[in-house]
Design a protein around this ligand. Structure first.
Ligand SMILES: Nc1nc2c(ncn2[C@@H]2O[C@H](COP(=O)(O)OP(=O)(O)OP(=O)(O)O)[C@@H](O)[C@H]2O)c(=O)[nH]1
Ligand SMILES: [Mg+2]
Length: 263
């Protein structure tokens, strides 16, 4: 763990919330370390620092266990984005977002962005089992090739998507939460926050289905959010430094491939 005094100062804060076991820590490992690895149920919270172009984004992983619930609103204080995570195979995990986690976001910034994320899509969606990348390789296969040869593998033939989840892994789990359910929750969150749907980011842009296991949609989720919090970063910097104008377009997406740093 790096010394606190040597750490870069975060420009903006993103928090990931949700019930225990939905895969919050796994999503962060997948994004920051490009790996799906064994996890322990999170105790308290953990903090990752991501360099995004010239900016530093802190991403806070939180514990879903009831006993740590009281810490949630502390982690959300000053957040520019909150990722509300559920498990697509577990209806209750979506319900918990509204019943238990939404009120924790009262301490977030007024212009905080909310994303709703259904994880474990690999258990219900054949596309997510394979990963959405064009070569059909999983992130782990790609990483392994790169480490071994220094080159990405050229696929010999275009992979044919499997007909059903059963033909891929032999595991088929019922999907309990549909995209429509998640989008309906997004609408209720906007109402809870007193925001007009017409003036807010649309539900279909803010609801994601991901798989920390295969990497499906994980980069898209984080990188979409990072682009969306740029105005927040720029506003904060302008307030701090008193600089009058910043070219948003110039800064946008500059760090797309920056490697993760974590503490
Ligand atoms: N199939 C599948 N399993 C997953 C996925 N993400 C996480 N898991 C598994 O789900 C379990 C819980 O994952 P965690 O990342 O520890 O969950 P968490 O939300 O951080 O849980 P707490 O820290 O207790 O709040 C682990 O056994 C993971 O291996 C996924 O995308 N697909
Ligand atoms: Mg965890």
């Amino acid at each position: 763990m790096p010394e606190l005094s040597k750490m870069r100062k975060p420009d903006v804060k993103v928090v990931i919330l949700g019930d225990m076991n939905v895969g919050k820590t796994s999503l962060l490992h997948r994004y920051m370390e490009r790996k799906f690895k064994d996890t322990m149920s999170t105790v308290g919270g953990a903090f990752f620092l991501k360099q995004w172009g010239p900016y530093n984004i802190s991403i806070w992983d939180t514990a879903g266990r009831e006993q740590f619930h009281g810490l949630g609103s502390m982690y959300c204080r000053g957040a520019a984005a909150v990722i509300l995570t559920y498990d697509v195979t577990n209806w209750q995990s979506l319900a918990e977002l509204e019943e238990r986690f939404l009120s924790l976001t009262d301490t977030a910034n007024n212009d905080c962005i909310y994303a709703i994320v259904g994880n474990k899509a690999d258990l219900t969606d054949p596309q997510a089992q394979l990963l959405a990348n064009q070569d059909g390789l999983t992130e782990d296969q790609r990483e392994w090739d790169m480490e071994r040869t220094g080159e990405p593998r050229v696929p010999s033939a275009c992979p044919t998507p499997p007909a059903s989840p059963i033909s891929l892994s032999g595991v088929s789990v019922n999907k309990q939460v549909s995209r429509e359910d998640a989008e309906a929750l997004y609408g209720r969150i906007l109402r809870y926050k007193g925001l007009e749907e017409t003036n807010s980011l649309p539900a279909d842009k803010m609801c994601f289905e991901t798989s920390a296991k295969t990497g499906y949609n994980v980069d898209t989720l984080f990188e979409t959010l990072f682009d969306m919090v740029l105005p927040s970063i720029l506003k904060k910097r302008t307030e701090r430094e008193g600089s009058p104008t910043v070219d948003l377009e110039e800064c946008k997406g500059t760090g797309k491939r920056a490697r993760a740093a974590c503490c």
